[in-house]
Write a protein of this length. Sequence first.
Length: 170
Amino acid sequence: MRTARPRDAHPVLRAAWAGWAALAAGAVLCVVGWYGVSGERFAERQLPYLASCTVPGAALIVAGAVLLARGRDALAASRVEELYGLLVAAEPSGAEAEAAERAATAPLATSGRLLMVPGGTLWHRADCPLVAGKAEAVPVDSRVLAGGDLRPCPICEAPDGSGTAEPAEG
């Protein structure tokens, strides 16, 4: 069974192979140039090896490195395009979109009971995901609330003390 692959992966592979080939050819030319230069005693006789082997070899090494770097960018870009296509394709329509919009605008927590975590800086509704299921969450004391040490939770939109929910007396 074949797996689904992006169609533009082949040019990326070709660029990668071309990059590796250019790097290898450049390295071979540099070695040949170095070997030729090392065998000549006078600078005038070394110049042809530098011009015909070492400089083009260095250029091929740079070109191969650029091809390899660009190939990785192209692969990442193709993956991003594929993910974007999946994201756009999964967009809900009609009644599903309306239900999702209503769920997004609905408050996260609606409980009237206020809780706090000892040592914390926020008070929360009892069904807030930050305190739901935590055994150390205790009801908010009106003295702590009046002291100004706690602030309302921005996630569950806990009332600021003048709202409908009342803290537990204690």
